[in-house]
Design a protein around this ligand. Structure first.
Ligand SMILES: *Cc1c(COP(=O)(O)O)cnc(C)c1O
Length: 370
C-alpha cells in the first residue's frame, strides 16, 4: 500500500463541482484582482474566527510580516517567539527590521513555554509571536498576562491552526492572528495565500494600505506599502472550502484519535498530548520516535511518506548565524527536532491507511528487537 503524506487530490475530487463553479464565476466576471470574492471571503473568514475583520494577503509569511508592520514594529525592536517552527515565524520579524528572540518550548505542548518568556524581555521587546504548532494552541492566558504587564503586542501565528480552539473558542485568542492558506494547510488554496484576522479597525485599515502599495483609493498612495494581495481566484476557492472547514478539522481529529489508539503501547513512540485547554486542529500529526531516521527510511521503503517538522530549529539555521545562537541553547526544541516525525495526516485519509501506517511502525520496532 502507498500512503501519501498529504493527498490534495481527494479533497478536490470531493468538492470538484463547487470549486469548479467558484473558479468559473471569477472567470466569467473577470474580477481577477480584489474582486467581490475577496470581500466575501474576508467577511466569512472573520466570522469563522469570531473577529471583526479579515484582510487577505498573499501568504502566511506576509500575514505575519504585515501584521508586525501594522502594529508599528520595526528597526531595533525585539520580538519573542519559539525556535521550533517554520522559519517564517521568525523571519517575518527580521524582515520587519526587528530581532527575533527565541524562547524554548514546553515539552508536552511543543509550544512556547510561558514560564520562560519574562526572562527574555528587555527594554526593546515589543511583541510576542506565539506559534500554535501542529494545530495545538499555545497556552494563551499566561502569555496575555505577561504581555499586559510589559505592554507587549501579541500576534498569533495561526498558520497551522485554522479551526483550533483555546478554552472552547476558535483561535486567535487575542486581537490579531496570521493565517496561511498554503495548499496543504487546514484551509488550503490552490496556490499561495494568507490573511490577518483582527478585532482592531486601526490594524485592519493599516493592513489594507500595506498590502496594496500604500493605497486604498486608486492612485492615492498615503503610505509606503507592499504588493501582497490575496488572489481573487484563491479567495473564491477558499470561500468554497471554508464551508467545510469545521468538518475538515473534525476529520483530522478523528484520524488523530485513531493513530493514538493504534500506537498505544508502542514504547518507542510518544503520541501527541492534547492539552486540557486545547481543541487541537491536527494540521500535523507528529510523534516522537526512537531511531527516528531509520524508522522514516523503513516507512518510505514500505510506501509511506512522512515529513520532519522541522529538522533544524530556527536558531540553528544558517540564515540566523549572525544571532550567534549555538547547539544547546534551547534543549527541548533541539530534542524535538531530533526525534519528531510527522505521519500522513489529511481530512480524507482512510482508516485502512492509518492502520497500515501503525502496523508498519509496529513491525519496524519488533524486527529491530529480534
Ligand atoms: C505555513 C506556515 C507559515 C508561513 O505560511 P506561508 O503561507 O507558507 O508563507 C508560517 N508559520 C507557520 C507555523 C507555518 O506553518
Amino acid at each position: 500500500m502507498k500512503v501519501a503524506f498529504v493527498n490534495l487530490k481527494r479533497q478536490y475530487k470531493t468538492y470538484k463541482k463547487e470549486i469548479d463553479h467558484a473558479i468559473q464565476e471569477v472567470l466569467d466576471t473577470a474580477g481577477f484582482v480584489m474582486g467581490p470574492k475577496n470581500e466575501e471571503f474576508e467577511k466569512a473568514f472573520a466570522k469563522f474566527c469570531n473577529k471583526k475583520y479579515c484582510v487577505g494577503v498573499n501568504s502566511g509569511t506576509d500575514a505575519l510580516f504585515l501584521a508586525l508592520k501594522a502594529y508599528g514594529i520595526g528597526d531595533g525592536d525585539e520580538v519573542i517567539t519559539a525556535p521550533n517552527s517554520y522559519t517564517a515565524s521568525a523571519m517575518a520579524a527580521t524582515n520587519a527590521g526587528a530581532k527575533p528572540i527565541f524562547t524554548d518550548v514546553d515539552s508536552r505542548s511543543y509550544n512556547i513555554d510561558p514560564t520562560k518568556i519574562e526572562a527574555k524581555i528587555t527594554k526593546k521587546t515589543k511583541a510576542i509571536i506565539p506559534v500554535h504548532l501542529y494545530g495545538q494552541p499555545a497556552d494563551m492566558d499566561p502569555i496575555v498576562t505577561i504581555a499586559k504587564k510589559h505592554n507587549l503586542i501579541i500576534i498569533e501565528d495561526c498558520c497551522q491552526a485554522h479551526g483550533a480552539k483555546y478554552k472552547g473558542k476558535v483561535l486567535p485568542h487575542t486581537d490579531s492572528g496570521a493565517f496561511s492558506f498554503y495548499p496543504g494547510k487546514n484551509l488550503g488554496a490552490f496556490g499561495d495565500g494568507g490573511a490577518v484576522v483582527t478585532s482592531s479597525k486601526q490594524i485592519k485599515t493599516a493592513l489594507e494600505y500595506l498590502r496594496n502599495d500604500g493605497s486604498i483609493e486608486k492612485y492615492v498612495h498615503k503610505t509606503i506599502g507592499y504588493k501582497s494581495r490575496l488572489d481573487t481566484l484563491q479567495a473564491s476557492i477558499l470561500l468554497t472550502k471554508l464551508k467545510h472547514l469545521k468538518e475538515f478539522v473534525e476529520k483530522r481529529r478523528r484520524a488523530a484519535q485513531k493513530y493514538n489508539k493504534l500506537l498505544k503501547g508502542v514504547a518507542q513512540i510518544k503520541t501527541p498530548v492534547e492539552m486540557d485547554y486545547a481543541h487541537n486542529a491536527y494540521h500535523i500529526y507528529a510523534v516522537l520516535a526512537e531511531r527516528r531516521d531509520a524508522l522514516k527510511k523503513y516507512l518510505r521503503i514500505n510506501g509511506i511518506s512522512t515529513v520532519i517538522h522541522y529538522p533544524t530549529p530556527i536558531h540553528l539555521q544558517e540564515a540566523y548565524k549572525d544571532l550567534v545562537y549555538k547547539k544547546g541553547d534551547f534543549p527541548i526544541s533541539e530534542e524535538l527536532a531530533a526525534k519528531t516525525i510527522s505521519l500522513p495526516m489529511f481530512p480524507e485519509i482512510k482508516g485502512t491507511e492509518i492502520e497500515y501506517v501503525c502496523e508498519t511502525i509496529r513491525n519496524f520496532y519488533s524486527h529491530q528487537q529480534r
